[in-house]
Every structure is written in C-alpha cells, then in structure tokens.
Design a protein around this ligand. Sequence first.
Ligand SMILES: [Zn+2]
Length: 459
Amino acid sequence: MSCVTKTQVVRAYRFALDATPSQVEILRRYANASRAAFNFALGMKTASHERWKRGRDPLVAADMDMAEAKKKAPKVRIPRKPQVHRHFIATKGKGPIGPLRQGEERRTPYPWWEGVNANSFQEAFFDADAAWKNWLDSMTGKRAGAPVGYPRFKRKGSRESFRLTNTAVRFAGYRRLWIGGGGGQAAFTVRLHEPARRLVRLLDAGQARILRATIARDGHRWFAAVVVEEIAVLPNRPTRRQANAGRVGVDLGVKSAAAFSDPVVLAHGAPGVLELANPRHVRNTEKKLARAQRVASRRFVKGAQKQSKGYHEAKARVAKLHAQLAARRASTQHLLTRRLVEQYAEVALEKLMVKNMTRSAKGSAENPGKNVRQKAGLNRAILDVGFGEIRRQIEYKAAWYGSSTRYVGTYFPSSKTCSNCHWKNKELTLADRVFKCTQCGMIMDRDANAAQMIKKHAQ
Ligand SMILES: [Zn+2]
C-alpha cells in the first residue's frame, strides 16, 4: 500500500550566522559590492532609456500622440545581464589586488569588485533585470497587483544583502557555511548559530541540491537563507487521524489572530483551543519600535554632513526591533499553519483580498472612507497577522502533510450570517464582537460564528 509520492520541491532554510568581527567586514564588503553592481547595471539601463526618451520627446513636442511617438521613436535596446556583464569585464580594469605584469598600473573605475567573489555581483545584475522587468510589466499591465515604480538605485544604508549561487556557497560539515572567495579574498567558512544537521544529511545523501543563498543582515545579526531543491516524500492523502478530524474552518481575524470552528492543539500535550490570541509580545515589540523610531527621528539633523553617535545608536535599535518583530510574527505564523495542516484533512479559509481591504479605509478625496479610524486600526491588524502569508504557508504545508485547502469567496458574508440558521444580520458592524441571531436565538462570538460558516461553505 503506497500512500506517498515523491516530488521535487524548492524549500528555503534560514540560518543565523555567528560571524566573527573580521568576517562581518567581509560580508559587508560583499553586500556593498552587490549593491554597487546592481546600481552599475541599473545605470546602464536608465542611460539607454534616457537615450530612447530623447528620440521620443521631439515627436511629442511636434504634436504627435504619445502612443504614436512611443512607436515611432528610434528603438534603443535596454542592456540585460549578458551585455552588462560584458561591459563590466571590458571596463573594470586592474584592481590593487593580485600581481601585475610589468608596466601595468593598478587602476579600476569600480573598486567595489575587489575582494569579492564575482558570483555576488552577477546575481545583482540579474536583480537589476528583474527590477526593470517588474516595472515594465506593471506599467504595461502584464503584472498584477500593486503598481511597481521606476527602479531605484540602492543607496548606502539600504538593507545589506547579497546572493550567491551554488558555485560560491556550500556547507562545510553541520556547523559551517563555506563562502567562495575571489578578487584577492580567500574562501572562508562562517559558523552557524545552530547546526544544519537535517539539511546537510539530505545534501550528503544526494536528496537535496543547493540552488542559491541570500546572505543578509537583519538587525544586529547576519543570516543565510539557503534555497534548495529537494526530493520531498509527500503523503498523497491524510492520515486516519486527520481524516477523522475532517475539516476545520479558520477565520483570520482582528480581535484574535485566528478563530477555529473546531479545537486545534497549538502546543503539544495541551488541550485544543478555538482561537489563537494576538500574541502580546508582538504588540509590545511594536510599541517599543514606534518609540525607538521617534527617538531616531528626533536625533536626526537635517542637512548635516555627519549624524551624531546618538542618532546611529537609535537607528541600530530600530533595526534590531524590526528584526525581532519580524521573527516573532514569523514564528507565530509557522506554528499556526503547521498545526492546522497536521491535525485536519481540510483547512477552510476565506479568500480575502488583503490589498483591497487595506486600501479602502482612506477612501478618495471625492469619496472619503467611512470610519477611517476604526478601519485604519483594522487594516493595520490585518497586515500584522499577515493573512496572505498565512494562506501561502497553509497551502504549501498542506501538501507536506496530506492535507488540502478549501476556500469561500471574497464576498462571502461569513461574519454576517448565522451559522446555525443562515439568517443574515445586515446591521452587524466591526464593533459587534458577538453575533446574536434574532431568528434562532443563537449567541456566539463573532469570529467563532465566522469560522463555522467558513467550515460549512468552503469549496
Ligand atoms: Zn440563527
């Protein structure tokens, strides 16, 4: 009796690094090179784009329709990674590192490539391609979602990160990550904060393959997100326990992070619960972060050449709290999503459009939104719980555990309908925390009622 399928999946593993101070210097150099390489590629693209505009503008000035002018303007090719890379190789010159032949001078117009594995800036060239494409696709309507602006240059002080492909990164034992050298910098290994035993075993057994790794600073710490392709053994149906439990309806909410139609065991050995409260530590960190941001902006001196030590300290604290908050939210989400798919054969959810909900509060100048304050609070909470991320996790984890997802539509009135008799309470507002049915007399927590509705009506 076979109840598993083998599938290739792409999965990311994140490791905190215990980099030594001198290694941190190298990592920062890599990040700096990656940023500069991105800007180098973007600079070539924008220059070509400007050249094209110089051909188009006289046509518009001569009263040609914009669409027509765009078509008639002389074509200019926007360079992509291969051209960018060729141009880079042709112009990079000789750096101050490595032996020189007689008569050669040490000179380079881009000192950033020195002491860095070439792989990191090649990846940055690809990133510039992606940024350009996203903007173009967004403008021409090929890309759904929020509009993507014109690609911007990465400034000093933007997030420090760089990416390497599998030629330049691998594990050295369970406890170290090997990073390839280049440009005069020797390869080196960074210690992992926690051993990567499971992944390294998979790699050693040939059941996984590293695709790439992004190494980035988050707050005070450096992390490596290693993306691997691995052979996953997936159950192709729920276990008997999951099948017996059947379906659970989940209302991702505001008052609590989630309400369930049936009990969910969140901590091993603990009894099942009907809701996951919005974690207080998240809210506390949020408050601290807001305070730290105020301190930083108070200490910022506009127009100053150099900011004070106090300002830099405040900024470091902001970064640290940001990282802490993200980690805390992520761990709550992972716990919730995993427990749901482990325990139930089907997880029913609402197909909410987070973007629409967050946009509606302010309204427009002609049509100002109602209850702006109340909605703004709600919207923030929605973003906090990360609805989209939770749904994404439930979907992919469901496949790992032989579970599956079901949805009710975007406009399904799950909160406004009595889950017992289907009477609709049209007057129910966001402030009403309890659903009272005037038809059958049922009284239930608003979110619990919604979870019941979702369970019953998801398809
Ligand atoms: Zn009722």
